[in-house]
Design a protein around this ligand. Structure first.
Ligand code: COA
Length: 378
């Protein structure tokens, strides 16, 4: 019998939470009691933000108030734009997002206010400001001026308009809004856990979100959507998928956008994104990326079905965003612009019932050594 200890905190419960529930065997995702399919079909990202932060769907007056609060928060200090302009144009957008979020903490009038009301205000400001950073950086890195948001429009509408510099079509806005809903929370995923670990030291919300952005950046987490698009661009033609996959599988490489620590069935978000990607391809007469993705799934999935590996949220979001004209470098920042709602909901929950996270490790290093003067060491 192997004496290898479990690693990666798999199956370890570290907090009680009433925000998000996942049934990994059945492929079910629930925010505050509402099934993700229901929310994706019927709600808006702003409504879901209210739900995650407050525990209930808003009344129309409450939603109006939230939209007004977001509208007021849709601005960045000029000096944050100055910081962005000073960065090298080839800087990773996730690094830039992380750095500018940390900077925002120093400008926020309530940066160190740890009251519940202060933190709720910061959650709203961060949700309004992260898309401004991501889209401003995209334009600055292309030597273009950042565009101002239209405060009367939704976060989804503004994000698309601020990248492209033109009015997005209503179907693109609806699709993008749905993608934001799907990414808004996912229980104790790595970045949310990272945020909660930081907050549990009673560090402030900007610091916790900064930590979460750094965690999301990795290709095993949020960075997987960019890796999926990189693969599709490398394959380039639908006819090349079979040959590419045969080489890839022979080399025993992972296929990005597949597998999940919790889901042992198809990720329900992937099911919705798959339909969206197909429909976008049809409407834009550019189905190649969807068709290639589906062929990758057809080839790869049967080879890993016995391990419970299925497409995850990142697999079909890549082709959907690409067909919408969103540059690959913004895929993971978009994830952050949505997940900031979940991070901050978890931070509010953490602050309300806090205990420091301090796990143990299983020490497997040397013992009993005696210090040797440097001239005696071999
Ligand atoms: N492609 C091929 N094999 C995969 C795989 C993938 N995408 N994901 C997991 N596996 C295999 C591993 O090789 C391993 O096989 P083994 O037991 O024969 O060694 C087994 O499945 C368990 O994988 P492991 O990486 O230990 O699982 P995990 O729970 O720690 O990791 C992920 C979960 C998400 C990190 C992992 O599935 C992965 O790396 N996926 C690709 C990146 C990705 O899409 N991330 C976004 C997640 S939303």
């Amino acid at each position: 019998m192997s004496d290898k200890k479990p690693s990666g905190l798999e199956d370890v419960v570290v907090a009680q939470s009433s925000i998000c529930f996942i049934d990994g065997e059945r492929g079910q995702l629930v925010y505050r009691g509402y099934d993700i399919d229901d929310l994706a079909e019927n709600s808006s990202f702003e409504e879901v933000a209210y739900l995650l932060w407050n525990g209930d769907l808003p009344s129309s007056a409450q939603l109006d108030q939230l939209r007004q609060d977001l509208r007021h928060a849709m601005t960045l200090p000029d000096r944050v734009y100055d910081i962005l302009r000073d960065l090298p144009f080839d800087a990773s957008p996730m690094r830039v997002l992380q750095l500018a979020t940390a900077a925002l903490g120093t400008f926020d009038p309530l940066g160190d206010d740890m009251s519940d009301a202060g933190n709720r205000g910061k959650a709203i400001r961060l949700t309004a400001q992260l898309p401004l950073i991501a889209t401003a950086w995209h334009r600055i890195s292309q030597e273009q001026e950042p565009l101002a948001p239209d405060p009367d429009k939704s976060l989804a509408h503004n994000f698309l308009a601020m990248i492209c510099g033109q009015e997005p079509d209503p179907y693109a806005v609806k699709t993008f809004d749905t993608a934001l809903i799907l990414h808004a929370d996912h229980e104790l995923n790595a970045s949310t856990f990272s945020a909660r670990v930081t907050a549990a030291t009673l560090s402030d919300m900007h610091s916790a979100v900064t930590a979460a952005i750094g965690t999301l950046k990795g290709p095993l987490h949020g960075g997987a959507n960019e890796a999926v698009m990189k693969m599709l661009l490398e394959i380039d033609e639908a006819e090349s998928v079979d040959a590419y996959m045969s080489t890839h599988l022979a080399a025993k490489k992972k296929v990005m956008g597949f597998g999940h620590r919790v889901y042992k069935a198809k990720d329900p978000r992937a099911v919705i994104l798959e339909k969206m990607s197909e429909e976008l391809g049809r409407r834009r007469n550019d189905s190649k990326w969807f068709e290639m993705s589906r062929r990758v799934e057809e080839i790869f999935q049967p080879t890993v079905a016995s391990k419970g590996i299925f497409p995850n949220v990142d697999f079909y979001s890549a082709s959907a965003y690409h067909v919408m004209g969103i540059p690959r470098s913004l895929f993971t920042p978009i994830f952050a612009c949505s997940r900031v709602v979940g991070w901050t909901a978890h931070l509010l929950e953490q602050y309300a019932n806090n205990r420091l996270f301090r796990p143990d490790s299983d020490y497997i290093g040397k013992t009993g050594l005696k210090y040797q003067p440097i001239e005696n060491r071999g």
